[in-house]
Write a protein that binds this ligand. Structure first.
Ligand code: PEP
Ligand code: MN
Length: 358
């Protein structure tokens, strides 16, 4: 074979490569179109029956020199790449993503603007135990200019024998205190059937770590017009966390506050491991405000102040912390709640470093 002959053949191969390139990308475009239609119709992207038909057609028409098994393998790779392309399109378009909406979402909680660049506090007892207990914390918080009050009425406890919360009675206490002190109420709801009722009592529905992937609860919270504070799951990746928020927004509710609350790792010095870098990642990937719960992420009273400083310094939209008039006798989380004196010192110290609004 002369040099000229070899060059000519190589040239033909290169031309065919370019044709293949064009054809493969053209196929990619068509697959994207199909993906969009399927999404609009709510049909599953992956269709094994159709793939089988396409492979059979290729087998029927194969005159060689390639073995059918080789061609099936090559085409299967092309099909897979097409499916990935459809998925990427979908991922790029997540409703909670900055790609979809570059501006920050501001969550309006009774006039408090969360996510506008100012920093806020959510404080209150782990569980609502009595009117007096909640009112004492509310009074101390209000005196510090804080407007967001938390308290658990439905407590998702690890053991079924532990205090489960006062339920509806707890929500009524919270509402009364909220009205009397003109504060906004945040409380966890654990049953999708309670979401609508809860709207009459609370200003923010909390979805707890143990329920981050309770998809029926997420959908129910997405269907009402109330802000939702969504906590990161006990061992959830950031991607899973973002997708949980997508469940809420996909139902039409964009008033979502994300809350990093520590994740389970091998480390036992703290109750959970605070994933502080999750804050800037979530702020970058989504347009939603991000809080840090320093109480449940550390489980240690001595770490509340340093972790709150870290949260504010790294750009969180706010900090959540538990405060109880007498933590020693608290019915839950007694080791990590602050008493009123400690709370006052905590706020004073943070105020000397950071300018936050409420
Ligand atoms: C809470 O905030 O009351 C709570 C139970 O926290 P988490 O869901 O993060 O454990
Ligand atoms: Mn608690």
């Amino acid at each position: 074979m002369s040099h000229n002959e070899l060059d000519a053949l190589r040239k033909q191969v290169e031309e065919l490569n370019l044709q293949l390139l064009e054809v493969i990308n053209k196929r990619g475009e068509l697959v994207q179109e199909i993906g969009k239609l399927k999404e609009a119709q709510g049909v599953n992207r992956y269709d094994p029956v159709r793939e089988r038909k396409m492979l059979d057609l290729i087998t029927e028409h194969n005159d060689g020199p390639f073995e059918t098994s080789t061609l099936q393998h090559l085409f299967k790779e092309i099909f897979k790449a097409g499916l990935e392309l459809q998925k990427d399109d979908h991922r790029k378009a997540l409703l909670v993503s900055r790609k979809k909406k570059p501006e920050d979402t501001i969550v309006d909680v009774k006039g408090v603007k969360i996510g506008d660049g100012s920093q806020h506090f959510i404080v209150g007892p782990c569980a609502v135990e009595s009117y007096e207990q909640v009112a004492q914390v509310a009074q101390a918080a209000k005196a510090q200019g804080i407007k967001l009050l938390r308290g658990g009425a439905f407590k998702p406890r690890t053991s079924p024998y532990d205090f489960q919360g006062l339920g509806l009675e707890g929500l009524k206490i919270l509402k009364r205190v909220g009205d009397e002190f003109d504060m906004a109420i945040i409380s966890e709801i654990i049953n999708p059937a309670d979401i609508e009722t809860a709207c009459d009592y609370v200003d923010v529905i909390q979805i707890g770590a143990r329920n981050m992937q309770n998809f029926e609860l997420l959908k129910a919270a997405g269907a009402v017009r109330k802000p939702v504070l969504l906590k990161r799951g006990l061992a959830a990746t950031i991607d899973e966390f973002i997708n949980a928020a997508e469940y809420i927004i996909s139902q039409g509710n964009d008033q979502i506050i994300l809350c990093e609350r520590g994740i389970r790792t091998y480390e036992r010095a703290t109750r959970n491991t605070l994933d502080i870098s999750a804050v800037p990642i979530l702020k970058k990937e989504t347009h939603l405000p991000v809080f840090v719960d320093v109480t449940h992420s550390t489980g240690r009273r001595d770490l509340l102040l340093p972790t709150a400083k870290a949260a504010l310094a790294i750009g969180a939209d706010g900090v959540m912390a538990e405060v109880h008039p007498d933590p020693a006798v608290a019915l839950s989380d007694s080791a990590q709640q602050m008493d009123i004196d400690m709370f006052n010192e905590f706020i004073t110290e943070l105020r000397s470093h950071y300018a936050y609004k409420s």
